[in-house]
Design a protein around this ligand. Sequence first.
Ligand code: SF4
Length: 465
Amino acid sequence: MRTAEILVSQEETERQERFTEMIRTLPHRPHYYHVVTYGCQMNAHDSEKIAGMLDRMGMEPSTVREEADFVIFNTCCVRENAERRALGNVTWLKEVRKSKPDMIIAVCGCMIQEPGMAETILKQYKFVNLAFGTSNLHKLPELLYETLDSGMQHVCVEDKDVIAEGLPVRRLRQDAAYLTIMYGCDNFCSFCIVPYVRGRERSRDMKAILYEAEGLAKSGVKEIMLLGQNVNSYGKGLPDHPTFASLLRELDGIGIPRIRFMTSHPKDLSDELIEVMSSSRHILPQFHLPVQSGNDEILKKMNRHYTREQYLDRVRKLREAIPGIGLSTDIIVSFPGETDEQFEDTMSLVKEVRYDSAFTFIYSPRTGTKAARMEGLIPDEVSTDRIQRLIALQESLQQETLKRFIGQEEEILVEGLSRRSKLAVSGKGRHGISVTVDGNEADIGRILPCRITGLKNNTLMGERI
Ligand code: SF4
């Protein structure tokens, strides 16, 4: 797909601006909004855009859900229990509305994009005023106007992969910002629903990304997090086929002090990317590289397109080029049919790689995916035993791997006061590990150089230098 074909047109953008103005002048428009966010950073950033659009409509954020006139749930559907939780919270709000009848309830995000969900909302959740999918985010002004004007339920799920440039954003943090570089995913890992709900891969034009990054740099942002379901395949389908590495090289030249990215697929991690990272000034020495399993047969059933050895080769290359790099991963245990021996392969891979952190999950079937139709579900007690062993192993190794930072100098971007002490602040170091140092509120948003002095649980302790 060519970018020009999927870009939201200028006419459409102007149309939405007109609806934004029309809502501002509506006498019965909502005044306070509250956004509830589930799921990943992509969703968190979508919520920032929703808040930005609502600000333009003249509304203000409310920190208390029950006090808002417009409550919008930005949902995730990666795990079925997260979906159930979201729907439970939406239903709870129906009760709250009995004493606040003008409240508008909206549901958006990945869950709405699932096959059959629009019908479910229409039939079983009639009290929801407005529902729309991820591809319709930019149409919020029009959809909300129609909902307010007609008093009818609106459900909009257009099966269209689009890119909407220039949406307003209310950032959660002033010192750090998300920057989406691509949308969707073409990988179809057999356990994952994302390609079905977020659509096919489509990359933003490099000039648009650089323009946004320059704006963020001018506004004083110290760290950007590049977002995409598979950032390593950035550029596919764009004219001239730019690579993710070439994008990073350009971004590195802008001068934002810290650049991070999320998420990567091991099969697309190129030598060129490793080279750019190792020679850059601002790309942080950290890498989230989901492995999912240490066994080739399971990796094949997961449709991951790499073997254990190919994965380990990428890890070796990263460590040779960027000594001390922070490595993290995602792991699923008890994928359908996983034998004890296959699980032991995952354990041995974890021992070999020695990650700084790992997100571990017991496999749970996701309706609509290929894996959900596979045979060989693993009994709960076996899965519980496996995950407990894996977590124990990771925790013991993590204690060892993090000790390599003791005595070293680090730089942290302070996120807030430490939960441990009012005389300390915490933030992420360059390697992606949380660090606590002495400090106070005035340090929030600053980059502090420090020396690591110790380790408490999985947090590094440091002192300012
Ligand atoms: S790479 Fe695989 S796990 Fe990641 S979003 Fe795409 S399909 Fe899902």
